[in-house]
Design a protein around this ligand. Structure first.
Ligand SMILES: CC(C)(COP(=O)(O)OP(=O)(O)OC[C@H]1O[C@@H](n2cnc3c(N)ncnc32)[C@H](O)[C@@H]1OP(=O)(O)O)[C@@H](O)C(=O)NCCC(=O)NCCS
Length: 292
């Protein structure tokens, strides 16, 4: 039976308090420096679907083009497979065109991946995964390089020129590491060659820490090396929890039993304006500053 669903979009210029968004969603959609919107679907006055779109800093190779990320995709169980989510993505694409956004990208999960494929999103060439290191699985004996906790400002200064999907920008990073519900902590080795950010995972069935970013001499190190530093980090963190982080190179690990796949972590994108080319993500390890 056909039911009546209304979709609408809330932008920064509207009365966004009326949407009753959580602090995290307000921060995400409207707290940054670029364009942002919350897209919703209602049935009988009740919100039954949502998605967000938030502008990110331009990619270094595509500086003339503006890019935005789609996130927070959700449709109430009772209303799924009726095309509601597809309508929300349609609203987002309209918003992008009006705003002058050139490309949209998203990190789908297994539920949304087939839908994004159907909606003609292209997928990045190298499959990425969120890998999980169980806390009772000592991997490589550690690096024996003690880690010191540092403040956010220092972390941002130290990592401005590190390899990220976007060109490092202090204001963007200040915003990204200010998520209301997440307490980020920052660490570095004494010689400052290893620098990392970590946060508790979102509440879920499995309590985890998220290795939000890790740079070694300004680059994302291979998983094998990351594992050694994770051992060191584990000794510094208060709670014994598994640690997860995105990686493309689990298959290259000598001892793959050290990690498990938490979930697949592909990146998909759609060009809204002619001429935009998505940067290569070959061997690229995504970090919290790349997606949200
Ligand atoms: C993912 C989600 C938002 C999809 O919402 P939805 O409103 O059911 O999606 P749609 O109805 O627009 O689906 C569009 C198309 O994809 C197809 N599709 C939907 N779910 C599918 C699935 N699980 N597997 C394969 N195809 C699927 C449908 O057939 C539909 O095509 P059609 O109607 O032309 O046949 C919803 O399932 C959800 O909220 N899941 C839990 C949260 C989540 O995982 N979010 C994604 C985070 S990245």
């Amino acid at each position: 039976m056909a039911i009546s669903i209304e979709t609408s979009i809330i932008t920064a210029s509207q009365n966004r308090n009326a949407a009753g968004l959580s602090d995290d969603l307000n921060w995400w959609c409207f707290g940054g420096r670029g364009a942002g919107a919350f897209v919703q679907a209602h049935h009988d006055g009740i919100r039954i679907g949502q998605a967000t779109v938030v502008e990110k800093p331009p990619f270094p190779s595509q500086g003339a083009f503006r890019v935005a990320e789609i996130g927070h995709n959700y449709v109430d169980k009772a209303f799924r497979r009726r095309g509601i989510f597809s309508k929300l993505v349609d609203e987002i694409e309209k918003f992008a065109r009006i705003e002058g956004i050139s490309a949209l990208y998203v990190t789908p999960n297994s539920e949304s991946e087939p839908i994004y494929r159907k909606l003609n999103y292209a997928f990045c060439e190298e499959p990425a995964e969120l890998v999980l290191i169980p806390f009772d699985n000592s991997v490589a004996g550690g690096t024996h390089k003690a880690l010191t906790e540092i403040q956010k400002d220092e972390y941002i200064n130290l990592t401005l020129d590190c390899s990220r999907l976007f060109k490092g920008c202090a204001k963007y990073l200040q915003w990204r590491f200010a998520k209301p519900s997440a307490e980020f902590r920052f660490f570095c080795s004494q010689d400052r060659s290893a620098i990392m950010a970590v946060r508790p995972g979102s509440p879920g069935p499995l309590g985890v820490y998220v290795l939000s970013e890790f740079f070694l001499c300004g680059q994302k190190p291979p998983l094998e090396i990351t594992l050694e530093y994770v051992e060191q980090l584990r000794q510094t963190l208060t709670e014994q929890k598994p640690i997860i982080f995105p990686s493309t190179d689990r298959c290259k690990l000598k001892d793959r039993t050290a990690v498990r796949v938490y979930r697949n972590f592909p990146m998909a994108y759609k060009r809204v304006a002619e001429g935009f080319i998505f940067p290569s993500t070959h061997q690229y390890q995504f970090t919290d500053s790349d997606y949200g």
